[in-house]
Design a protein around this ligand. Structure first.
Ligand code: FES
Length: 251
């Protein structure tokens, strides 16, 4: 007997469309999983931008002893670089007690600082402390982000290697960045003296408590910290919510 081979049935229209629908859904599922895995991998590579919601008020303390910084702890025209992180980790700021060429405190007045990059201005707060000589700014160069000791303060009368024109008696006390030579004037709100930077250093707002002779850091004013579109995001919060650790690094 010869077996008659039965031809497979042709898809009925309803079955065919159901099968197509399932294929599309499976493809979409695989695609979604792939995108999810890729996104997870990318998120693991890029640090989370946690930040903080507002500028914290922190007492400046000695990073080694934990004792609050007093005026006598700050050397006038200190040749060493004194810094503290604020408002986030790994965001160093200068802490300067400014003086004249004889080492006497200089009272720093509030100053209208020009921002060449934008044509705008901002009001620098001036100095605090018993002699109004203590000031602070970001220590991240506004040109391309070099940090101390590449960028640091040259006290009045000293040599600035990249700017011999501002050395010796022509150096009234400048911050200079050794990476490409940008120079800032901390006596005038950390304004731009020479490029290539087109932006002054962001000023840090300090307060001094005369009864306890202690210093707090409260906020910042001026351009945002180099590399950030917002001072409060793009990094991790500081480890303490009450104090900022002040450290000294040698040149
Ligand atoms: S990074 Fe400071 S001058 Fe270029």
């Amino acid at each position: 007997m010869v077996e008659t081979r039965k031809e497979p049935e042709k898809d009925k229209p309803a079955d065919a469309s159901r099968r197509s629908f399932l294929k599309v859904m499976m493809a979409l599922g695989v695609g979604a999983v792939t995108i999810g895995v890729a996104r997870g991998a990318i998120q693991n590579l890029i640090p989370q931008s946690v930040g903080v919601s507002s500028f914290p008020t922190l007492t400046l303390v000695n990073a080694t002893t934990g004792a609050p910084i007093k005026t006598a702890d700050l050397t006038v025209n200190n040749p060493a670089v004194v810094i503290f992180d604020y408002p986030l980790q790994n965001e160093p700021n200068f802490l300067l007690r400014l003086g004249d060429s004889s080492g006497n405190d200089v009272a720093i007045s509030p100053y209208n600082v020009q921002v060449p990059a934008t044509g705008g201005t901002f009001k620098s707060p001036g100095g605090v402390g018993p002699y109004k000589s203590v000031v602070s700014s970001s220590a991240v160069c506004q040109h391309l982000g070099c940090t101390p000791p590449s960028i640091h303060f040259y006290k009045p009368g000293t040599t600035i290697p990249l700017h011999p024109g501002h050395s010796g008696s022509n150096n009234t006390g400048f911050i200079n960045c050794g990476c490409h030579g940008s120079t800032y004037d901390p006596y005038k709100g950390f304004s731009v003296v020479t490029g290539p930077t087109k932006s002054p250093l962001p000023n840090v707002i300090l307060a001094w408590d005369s009864s306890s002779d202690t210093y707090t850091v409260n906020s910042m004013v001026g351009p945002t910290i180099f590399g950030h579109s917002d001072d409060l995001s793009g990094g991790n919060p500081l480890s303490s919510s009450s104090q900022a650790d002040v450290t000294t690094i040698s040149d």
